[in-house]
Design a protein around this ligand. Sequence first.
Ligand code: NAD
Length: 384
Amino acid sequence: MKFEHITLGQRVLFGAGRAAEHVAQEAARLGARNIMCITSEFERPFAEAALTLADVGLWHTDVVQHVPAETADKARKAASDAGIDLIVCVGGGSTTGLAKAVALTTGIPIVAVPTTYAGSEATNVWGLTENATKTTGVDDRVLPAAVVYDAELTLSLPVSLSVASGLNALAHCVDSLWAPRADPINQALAAEGIRALADGLPRIAADPSDLTGRETALYGAYLAAVSFASAGSGLHHKICHVLGGTFNLPHAETHATVLPYVVAFNGPAAPDAAARLAGALRAGLASAPAQEPGAEPAEDALALLNSLRGTLGAPTALRDYGFTEADIPEAVERILKVVPASNPAAATGENIGGLLRAALAGTEPTTRSAALAAAGAVQNGGTK
Ligand code: NAD
């Protein structure tokens, strides 16, 4: 084995119903005297629950998805005007993103209390949007000092959002199997994340109040983010970044829709990763389809992923989120510029166009359709 792996330093506290106790503990450990709570108006009740044992000097609820630069500037000014020494953010990836934007320029530490499965809380990646362009960067100052996971705060997340957000987490794991800095450590974390998500998400879809399902999914989402932060963005994230940034498609739903097409595309060229994905899905799913005799690892992995998506009622077609046939040429051009050189399958205008056409229409993703796309044969999403 020959690899170089970086483990990010962060305290992680799990405990259903214990957010208030854990936030107070971390605030004391960090010596906080003036706390700013960042949360959206909608998420504020979760924040109030998480901060019942800590004094909040400033509530800041001006949260906007994808962190517009002017929203970040307002929050930074509010923090410095008030002499804030700790940010506690409570909410989804958009809220965590705003806290990170403040930490990026001020160095103020963050305690994050996530209420979705986006996973931003466990990465040192920040994102800001200016002039309709989303820029991301890596800086250890934005990595929260502590993360407080309390599954009770996620009970209200509707099933559709839970599924999309959970598949966004699954995509972090899958891309970590073949991303540019994939290594045995982040692949092991990713595999355990896949197992946990395949276990937890169907429980949530069956019963949104299933606390064990919620907790298992949060655990999987954390592992997903840790593996992704270490392995970097693979093809899946490069595609979704273009779709979200240029065509303004919604974050979690886009990830949830595109994932099986990327597995179909890369899987045949990455049999070890596909076998690992299949093994982890099979270990997590309560009722997994048996492996077809003679099936390649990629076919097996895709069959399991399709089965999970079916159970969850996952989003299926990008056209449902505003993407159109006319957008494909620009998307292909932008994606080809950012595909990692190490991606298992060689990307071309034709095969990325075929992948997008299939995802646009919701054509059933199969390794056969990926092979046809590679030959330039998928037109208008027309193969099954
Ligand atoms: P989000 O934060 O926009 O939340 C989606 C919706 O869910 C919002 O309306 C929110 O109010 C609501 N919500 C949150 N928690 C809830 C709960 N418990 N019950 C009911 N509703 C709830 O979306 P997201 O998918 O969590 O995050 C997406 C954002 O995070 C994107 O901007 C993405 O780029 C970013 N992100 C960043 C990283 C990173 O490493 N920097 C990683 C993943 C995602």
